[in-house]
Design a binder for this molecule. Structure first.
Ligand SMILES: Cc1cc2nc3c(=O)[nH]c(=O)nc-3n(C[C@H](O)[C@H](O)[C@H](O)COP(=O)(O)O)c2cc1C
Length: 196
């Protein structure tokens, strides 16, 4: 009774949403990805820095370049997924910051003049956006298979540049046969929440 979100939407986004390991052949269109991005871009980040950058791996040739960089257990499902996205943090996000945070444009120079400060902020905030993205994929009626099991330096060299750090790779599509493992338990409220 405490949640105002429609119960069917709660199920779609969380209770019944699962991490998919197999997918049907149904394509994921650019229109779907655009709708997902145009929803999740409103998720909050510090100073509205929005450092997440996404590379959609669409061509068979690009897929062939990506798969060898994945941990062995992640290769087959990534080779077969309808769409694969590389989620990365832009460590040079500060260039856009005065436009993205116009009521305090000095934030760029006060807080983000050094690369270590930017990398730290970009890592956290792009990870937040990656989480919003996974929930957005679910909101589109699709399943996501996020993975960090890959050679991060290799993927960076193959698809990104020195300013962009890969965070995770996400397989996206409609779940196929035997798409998931049995649901693992979650920690309870009492395990996690303390009040002072
Ligand atoms: C950041 C992140 C990294 C993950 N990396 C991998 C991975 O490399 N390989 C894999 O098979 N699953 C990976 N997973 C999947 C998790 O094991 C899975 O989401 C979790 O057990 C919950 O599963 P459920 O959504 O089906 O309940 C990853 C998930 C997340 C969010």
């Amino acid at each position: 009774m405490s949640l105002v979100l429609d119960p069917a939407a709660q199920d779609l986004l969380f209770r019944e949403a699962r991490t998919a390991n197999t997918f049907t052949d149904e394509p994921v269109t650019d229109e779907q990805v655009q709708a997902i991005y145009d929803l999740v871009k409103f998720g909050p980040t510090a100073f509205n820095q929005t450092p997440l950058r996404i590379v959609l791996v669409r061509t068979p040739e690009a897929r062939e370049r990506l798969v060898p960089h994945l941990a062995e257990g992640n290769q087959a499902k990534t080779a077969a997924a309808p769409l694969v996205a590389i989620l990365a943090a832009d460590n040079e996000f500060h260039h856009e910051l005065p436009d993205l945070f116009p009521h305090f444009p000095q934030a760029r120079d006060i807080f983000f003049s050094t690369r270590p400060a930017r990398e730290s902020a970009a890592g956290l905030n792009a990870a937040l956006q990656a989480a919003y993205f996974i929930v957005g994929v679910r909101a589109a009626g699709l399943a996501a298979g996020p993975m960090t099991g890959f050679d991060h330096a290799g993927v960076q060299k193959e698809f990104l540049d020195d300013d962009h750090t890969p965070l995770m790779i996400v397989n996206i599509g409609k779940p196929g046969d035997d798409a998931w493992f049995p649901r693992s338990p979650r920690l309870s409220y009492d395990d996690v929440i303390t009040t002072v």
